[in-house]
Design a protein around this ligand. Structure first.
Ligand code: IPE
Ligand code: IPE
Ligand code: MG
Length: 238
């Protein structure tokens, strides 16, 4: 493992950042940046399929994002609803399964229903998995995992002395999904912003100055190319 060069990442996770700045740069309201960002999502889903990436996780809305102005949150929820309406057929055509990670119960009821409908309709698809992180926080996920584990311990179903890395992983939102190999962040910020804190332990990080609404297939392939040049050591020697 240590001497091998990385291959195509099996799982790519993206912090889709810079929508607001993209809009402001062109004198447009922030929501126009989110609208344009939806086109980048479509492009990246297609590019992942072409490149053979099995899992794509997109950070679409964080637990922290609820502090944004009400109109922006409303606009984002409306865009999410439209995105589902306009793109469900593409998931079917491409055999792609939709999943959600995050505190889905925080989302408006209508959105929850629409999401659940698409999740159910695509659950058996095998060509790829699109995971939307919605009302997601890495710490919230670990808190939720800790609660599940503690309950089992209290009920006598789990021995606290036997808790391991695997136990934590098994109680996360999508326990069957492998950890991301590559984490991409757009718009140049060098931070994780509470994204997949547990799962990114050994991910390769790639930050680009490109703003999310400008991110297209070629930008994803560039990130994958850079990833392929990395030597993943996982703590081992050269
Ligand atoms: C990312 O773009 C989308 C969400 C967080 C929902 P931003 O809205 O954070 O854009 P900037 O960072 O303000 O440019
Ligand atoms: C991270 O972007 C969350 C999403 C992309 C959904 P933010 O724009 O919210 O992160 P900060 O505030 O710059 O750290
Ligand atoms: Mg931002």
């Amino acid at each position: 493992m240590s001497k091998e060069k990385a291959k195509i990442p099996r799982h790519v996770a993206i912090i889709m950042d810079g929508n607001g700045r993209w809009a402001v740069k062109q004198g447009l309201p922030r929501i126009k940046g989110h609208e344009a960002g939806a086109e980048s999502v479509r492009a990246v889903v297609r590019a992942c399929k072409k490149a053979g990436v099995e899992y794509l996780t997109l950070y679409a809305f964080s637990v922290e994002n609820w502090i944004r102005p009400r109109e922006e949150i409303g606009g984002l929820m409306q865009l999410l609803r439209l995105f589902l309406e306009n793109n469900e057929h593409e998931l079917h055509e491409n055999n792609i399964r939709l999943r959600v990670i995050g505190r889905m119960k925080d989302l408006p009821k209508l959105i929850q229903r629409r999401l659940n409908k698409v999740i159910e309709a695509t659950k058996d698809y095998k060509s790829g998995t699109l995971i939307l992180a919605l009302s997601y926080g890495g710490r919230a996920e670990l808190v939720d995992a800790a609660k599940k584990i503690a309950k089992k311990a209290v009920e006598g179903k789990l021995n606290p002395d036997k808790i391991s890395d695997k136990t934590i992983s098994e109680h996360l939102y999508a326990p069957d999904v492998p950890d991301p190999d590559l984490m991409v962040r757009t718009s140049g910020e060098m931070r994780l912003s509470n994204f997949l804190l547990w799962q990114l332990s050994y991910a390769e990080l790639y930050v680009t100055d490109v703003l999310w609404p400008d991110f297209r297939e070629a930008d994803l392939y560039k990130a994958i190319e850079v990833y392929e040049q990395r030597h993943r050591r996982f703590g081992d020697v050269q």
